[in-house]
Design a protein around this ligand. Sequence first.
Ligand code: GAL
Length: 814
Amino acid sequence: MALLCLSALPGIAQSRQDILLTNGWKFSKGEMPEAARPGFNDAQWQTVSVPHDWAISGPFDGNNDLQKVKIEQNNEKAATLKAGRTGGLPFIGTGWYRRKLVVPEFGPGKRVVLLFDGAMSDAHIYLNGQEVGSWPYGYNSFSFDITRLLQPSGDNLLAVRLRNQPEASRWYPGAGLYRNVHLIVTDDVQVPVWGTYLTTPEITPEYAKVKLRTKVATPGNSFQNLRLETEIRDASGKVMATTSTTLLPTDGQEFEQNLVVPTPQLWSPETPTLYTATSSLFAGSQLKDEYRTRFGIRSFKFEAGKGFSLNGKTRKFKGVCNHHDLGPLGAAINTAALRRQLTLLKDMGCDAIRTSHNMPAPELVTLCDEMGLMLMVESFDEWKTPKVKNGYSQYFDEWAEKDLVNMVHHYRNNPSVIMWSIGNEVPDQGAPGGGKIAKRLQDIVHREDPTRPVTAGMDRIDAAINNNFASVLDIAGFNYKPAQYEKANDKLPQGFILGTETASTVSSRGEYQFPVLQAKQKQYPNNQSSSYDLEYCSWSQIPDEEFVKQDDLGFVIGEFVWTGFDYLGEPTPYDEKWPSHSSYFGILDLVGLPKDRYYLYRARWNTTTPTLHLLPHWTWPGREGQTTPVYCYTNYPSAELFVNGKSQGRQTKAPSDQPQTRYRLMWNDVKYQPGSIKVVAYDAQGKAVATEEVRTAGKPHHIKLVADHAALAADGQDLAYVTARVEDAKGNLCPDATNQLQVAVSGAGRFRAIGNGDATCLEPFQEPRMHAFHGQLVAIVQAADKAGDIKLTVTGKGLKAGSLRLKTAVPAGK
Ligand code: GAL
């Protein structure tokens, strides 16, 4: 059953339908030009639902997209074989999707548009055997009017051909129709796709001026007798402003309306208040279309000497960069999976995301509007000069402007979007003419949206400054250059600098290596990185080095840490090793389990809830008597550590020549003895205010299940992420447990995927069993579209099973 989203308000005639083409798709891989034609027999093809990622079910293989390359931006001097660079998944090749298309109420006077939120990649769209159009960049949204090719009989065949080239990416791109496909049916007098542009040119405590420009398309371009009635409602549905405008011949194809909202509630990450403008388009007395624009009222400034302010308050971006994949779900978009990610980031105190290095899914932008996260929406990872053999550079000249225009039109009404990025570490920074290209791209973005600034992540700081590249940008963004912020700021005209990409510290959840040393590109035989948060890349830093500059330099306006979540591909420092299919950069692992670093950032960023976290775990048979440093990540200024009740002294955060002494409490000489480690934290007045204890675990005894939420929507899409923990008899996590766990789901839902956050694990995400990694894994359960109970049981040899019930209910209004 296709999901039907009617954009009409209750009680108003339905004038526009936005139907998600979710089910009824057939899919197959292979070069089959004949698959575009209606008579082609696809009976043997796989039946799939969209969003769909054809490669995520694997199998993993180091030969998939094996790349022999010298990664110049990583300062490599010679080409070497990289096995897991794009995740080791089978995404290369051609794939076809086919589907019958029935358009409700199609006939004369109707207009039908297909809108693809993203298709990976090089999409060619066919209707009834004829090519409708194509769009090469896999991350962008695009639409085509298919009215003229539709058969009124209802017997229509939609076919989509996608093709992924080898050596086209630096990370796992996903494969296929991995984002939603919309069928939009309107009257032929209508507001086209992304047809409104809403700005708030003046905001005071008493009122906000809202300016709405609305495009109108009509058959034969006859714009006679048209009227647009717009009403703005607040979040509770109360009408705040209305206006009615007649389209005059001088207006061309666009209405301009100005409204005033009294006592506006401002949008911010802390108060994500939204309004909706509903525009009803009439021809005479007939309602032709109804178009909704959700927006927020907020103002921001980037000022020399003052930095960034939102709604008049100076703040620094507490941001993360994220790639688009959702770990075990691959690139296939899912709102519940994104909501969980944002919930975890918000709890950490994060207030911004950079959609590295491409356009996001619309669901992410919608959720950031609703949940309160600021966005840097990024476009490209390369321009004219390639970084990978078959990357975007092949399309740049012909497509860059079209791609930027679609990106900006799509998201320029979203309050979460604060800035646009025209590129990441593009080699053109230092190439002749690079500054000119930057100016041209920035001008395109300004032309389409003069209200937001443009940035780019630059890594070649001297080249970018000398090439007049950095000075052209509204915001100079630097990747991994905290030590040079002062020098760059002195040389640049803007008067502020952004850490567009910071840290790139690497770690594996639950993994600790001794002796504890700060190290670059450190490798271990097991292809893991230590979780003491002191390991990083040849070009990057530990988090604390960036913190110092963020705290001490007023002109630095924040940071975007590389990365919030681990992602598929780019397994630095094991780029040349296999098995290793995913990154080590994440603050949270590939399944969203927090690594220790989560608490380092939380202690700094979450100013409303205390953080008190101890590492490492305290189960080290064989390490008795050996030095086992203990770190505490906390927002309290000092704490005393006890090992089996014996004080190890009190530590206080304080600047020194080692940046981490300012941000971590560290006891470097602790000798391991089984038992427990415990900290007592003191507030600034010296009062003992909180404690935290970690105990030595006994033998694995049972499986404990913890769901991220227990009440699901019975919508066929909602997900519960259930963490399975292998615990000892007393409820301590067994930090070395690697038991294979088996998942069984029954009732009103199904098993969707599994993951353990181990970059070296080649077990498939789609089978209901996997080994625990450092005592944990996460099972993802998907609700059916009928309400009821879901029962989940997780078993493991020699362990008492864990079981859990989840409830699903039909969402209100369905
Ligand atoms: C940066 C790059 C990112 C990622 C990161 C890893 O140079 O922009 O995409 O590769 O390094 O540290």
